[in-house]
Design a protein around this ligand. Sequence first.
Ligand code: NAP
Length: 277
Amino acid sequence: MNKIILDGKLVAKNITETLKERVSILKTKGITPCLATILVGDDPSSETYVKMKGNACERIGIKSLRIHLPKETETADLLKTIEELNQDETVHGILLQHPVPSHIDERKAFESIDIRKDVDGVTSTGYGQTAFGFGKYPSCTPAAIMEIIKFYHLPIDGKHAVVVGRSPILGKPVSALLLNENATVTTCHSHTANLPEIVKQADILVAAVGKPNFIQGDWIKKGAVVLDAGYNKGNIGDVDYEACYENASAITPVPGGVGPVTISMLLKHTVDAAELV
Ligand code: NAP
C-alpha cells in the first residue's frame, strides 16, 4: 500500500505563498490586513501561542496588534476591549486566546466578537453558519483538517468519518464540515460506548481528544486516513503514531501535521476579512 505522510508544513507553505500575493495586492489599495490578538493573564503556553501567531502574521505582511491584559481583568473590561476592536476599521480579525482566567465569562467574551471579525470561529453564530454550510471562517483547526484532506485529494464523499471529541472549537465543527462534504459522520466523546469498535469502522479518523497517544494501533482499519489534531505536552499527539502508521493509508505526524496548517488558516481568514472591507 502506498502510504502518505500528510505534511502539514508543506500544506501551510502552499497557503502562505498565496497569501503573500494577496496581502501585496491589498497593500496597493491602501489596506494592511490586521489581526488583533488578546491575551489575558500570563499563562506561558498561551503567551507562546499568541507570539507564534503574531510572528506568523508579520512574516507575510499582516499587521499584528497584540493586546496583553492583566490576569485580574474583569469580564466587563474585556468586553470593552473587544468592542473597541469591533469598532476599529483598521482591525480585520480578532483572536481571544483561550483559556482566559476562570473568573472571566469566556463564552460571553467570545460572543461579543463581531461576526465579520471572528476569524478564529469562536462565536455561536460562526459555528451555526459553518454547520449550515455557508460559514466564512470555521474554527481554524477544523478548517486546517479539511485543507489537508483537500490538498492531498483524499476522498470524503460517502466515507465514514469518525471524530473523537466534541468540543465547540474542534470536534463539533470538524464533524459539521465533514458532513457538509457528504461524509457519514460519527462523533464520539467521553460517554461513547465501545469506542475502539467505532473507530475501527472509520475511513477517515479525526482525533481531537486531548490525551497523549490515546488512539491505539489496533483500532485503525486498514487503509484509513488518520488526522491527529492533538497537541499535548512534549509535542505528543492524540494518536499513537508508530502503532497507527501500520494500517493507515495516510497519517499526520505530530508535530508538523495539523498544527502548522491551523496557523495558516488563521492568516487566511484574516486576509479574507480584509478583502471583504
Ligand atoms: P477538549 O475541549 O478538552 O475536548 C476533548 C474532547 O475529547 C471532549 O469532547 C471529550 O468528551 C473527549 N474525550 C475525552 N476523553 C475521552 C475518552 N476517553 N473517550 C472519548 N472521548 C473523550 O479539547 P479540544 O480543545 O477539543 O482539543 C483536543 C486536542 O486538540 C488537544 O490535544 C488540543 O491540544 C488539540 N488542539 C490542537 C490545535 C492545533 O492547532 N493543532 C488547536 C486546538 C486544539 P466530553 O465532551 O464528553 O468531555
